[in-house]
Design a protein around this ligand. Structure first.
Ligand code: APR
Length: 310
């Protein structure tokens, strides 16, 4: 049987990191596309040529000539878009990226009707919602990558603070995918079941939460460019969960239809991710403060959705 195909739309920083991490898993052939002529072709060749050393023999195809090569993909990752530039309002970013996303969805969905779509383009929750509305696909097959990245940052900072392996730290970030509005669930964070709040004084736990919120901004300030390596790894965590039907529990932005008391919105919540995309949305027990923070997060996303011209 042929290997499944994963298409990555947008061969920029995150798209390339995703292809790189994914190739090493040897679980899918990879198609990388972009509108910049030569860019995806070159990136695909560059990664392919690491195969003999890294030990993978999956096929990488780069193309800037349309979307034919994406046909029949099991998973389609959309990173195409522009980052927010200095002086640009959030509404302007929404307008520009919504235009790009609509075009991409129009092109890729008819070619991969049975695929699972993972959105990365910002503002994430608004773009995931747009993809759901425009694609006409069942909500199970549209996921936004938000919590996977925020969560890996939260786990990293907790492990550093506690002096334990990241492998033994479990935690989750839900809510909107923005610095101010994400909701790191400190009450549920644990080390092999031991609640983190019994291991760290409140102010140190609060400092870890604050650093998690600024996880992306800290990197951007340092290197004057958004992070991409962890974002690629986060996408591959989701891709692998789908391709191997792993039923991983990953917070993702998904369309809510009554879960968490919300309807007609995409926002980060814990999801069982498997072959069908969203297999189930899990109900996490939140403290009053976390529930309030989640409600505030919902309000922020609803404001963004209002500026989508649907
Ligand atoms: N089709 C395909 N690719 C496109 C399109 C399009 N219509 N429009 C833009 N692109 C490509 C750009 O040419 C660029 O190579 O998307 C790529 C985005 O890559 P980067 O600018 O390097 O951005 P990256 O850091 O990878 O972030 C990806 O995440 O933060 C969000 O909204 C932001 O869209 C950005 C995404």
């Amino acid at each position: 049987m042929a290997r499944p195909k994963v298409s990555i739309i947008g061969a920029g920083a995150v798209g390339t990191a995703t292809a790189h991490w994914l190739a090493q898993k040897s679980i899918a052939d990879i198609v990388l596309t972009d509108i910049i002529e030569g860019l995806p072709e070159g990136k695909a060749l560059d990664i392919q040529q690491a195969g003999p050393i890294a030990g993978f023999d999956v096929r990488l195809t780069g193309t800037s000539r349309g979307y034919e090569d994406t046909a029949g993909s099991a998973v389609i990752v959309i990173t195409a878009g522009i980052p927010r530039k200095p002086g640009m309002t959030r509404e302007q970013l929404i307008d520009t990226n919504a235009g790009i996303l609509r075009h991409v969805i129009d092109q890729v969905v008819p070619r991969s009707r049975n695929g699972v779509f993972i959105i990365l383009t910002n503002p994430l929750d608004a773009m995931t919602y747009l993809a759901y509305k425009v694609s006409g696909l069942p909500r199970e097959r549209i996921l936004g990558q938000s919590g996977a990245l925020d969560t890996t940052r939260f786990r990293t900072f907790l492990a550093t603070e506690l002096g334990v392996s990241v492998s033994d730290v479990d935690a989750m970030v839900i809510g909107a995918h923005t610095d101010k509005d994400m909701v790191p669930l400190a009450s549920l964070a644990n080390v092999r079941g031991i609640p983190v709040r019994t291991m760290l004084p409140p102010e140190r736990l609060e400092a870890v939460v604050a650093r998690t919120r600024r996880g992306g901004a800290e990197i951007t300030e340092l290197m004057k460019q958004s992070g991409f390596t962890a974002a690629g790894a986060a996408l591959v965590e989701m891709i692998e969960a789908v391709l191997l039907d792993r039923r991983r529990v990953i917070p993702c932005s998904v369309y809510l239809d009554g879960e968490y008391g919300q309807r007609d919105i995409c926002i980060g919540v814990p999801v069982i991710v498997g072959a069908g995309g969203v297999e189930r949305i899990l109900d996490a027990p939140l403290t009053d403060a976390e529930r309030q923070a989640f409600t505030a997060s919902v309000a922020v996303v609803r404001e963004m959705l209002a500026s989508l011209k649907l």
